[in-house]
Design a protein around this ligand. Structure first.
Ligand SMILES: [Fe+2]
Length: 246
């Protein structure tokens, strides 16, 4: 793809050598989902570049607390309490402030609260699995949640998704929305996952695995996992090129 913007420009084409190919046989739905023709490149339009700006005042107090934002009064969801935190960074390692970060996930049993979800694990009446926050002036974000469980999916026999949290990051406009998934250090399912296996670089996979962070762990409360999101450049986090995750 031709990239006419400078490296530090607001809009930046993804590096398709770093990202997995759209068509990968082991990830079955990619076969019908992938483009059948050569991709076209377009210049950013004014409406994309001057998109809406998100502010802290649009957030509710519990938006970054998935433990409490869906719980009934006096109740809590079941599962391991965790803190997920990190920074949104540009290609030079600088924090990106005022960035809307959204996240969604299955509950502790691996079940999503979604009408199309069919996995037999129980719905947790106190867990919604959706939240959002905005990075501070240093690009830092954090949220509290329940560690999601792995779940089986219809791909090949006995394919299970490793425990993961889906992330969306908005830049200055809707044209800059990026989607990715965070995995948890030590999960043996990561290296067996057909979706993870579509990623050609082990280094790129490792950037999606959040290490256990005992420094940020809250004593007698919750463990922490650290997940930095690099928007672009050689060390860019790998982003999916689609609007909804699995
Ligand atoms: Fe998922």
């Amino acid at each position: 793809m031709k990239n006419t913007m400078p490296e530090t420009g607001a809009f930046f084409a993804r590096d398709r050598q770093w990202h997995p190919p759209a068509y990968t046989e082991i990830y079955k739905t990619s076969v019908t989902r992938s483009p059948q023709r050569a991709l076209l490149s377009f210049e950013g339009t004014k409406s994309e570049i001057t998109g809406p700006v998100f502010g802290h005042n649009m957030l509710n107090e519990l938006d970054n607390d998935l433990i409490m934002n869906y719980a009934k009064p006096g109740e809590m969801p079941i599962g391991q309490r965790i803190l997920v935190h990190g920074r949104v960074l540009d290609e030079r390692g600088r924090g990106v402030p005022n960035t809307l970060v959204e996240f969604w996930q299955a509950n502790a049993g691996g079940r999503y609260r979604h009408k199309k979800e069919t996995y037999l694990a129980a719905i947790d009446p106190n867990f919604g699995g959706v939240g959002r926050t905005i990075t501070d002036e240093d690009g830092y974000y954090w949220f509290k949640t329940i560690k999601p469980g792995p779940y089986p999916w219809m791909n090949w026999v006995n394919d299970w998704r490793p425990a993961h949290i889906h992330f969306s990051v908005f830049g200055h406009g809707f044209g800059q929305r990026l989607i990715t998934q965070m995995y948890f250090e030590g999960d043996p399912l990561i290296w067996k996952c057909p979706i993870v296996k579509t990623i050609p670089s082990e280094e790129a996979i490792n950037q999606l695995i959040a290490p256990l962070d005992l420094n940020a762990t809250i004593p007698m409360d919750m463990r922490a996992y650290k997940f930095d999101i690099v928007l672009r450049g050689r060390r860019s986090t790998l982003f999916e090129n689609r609007k909804e995750g699995n």
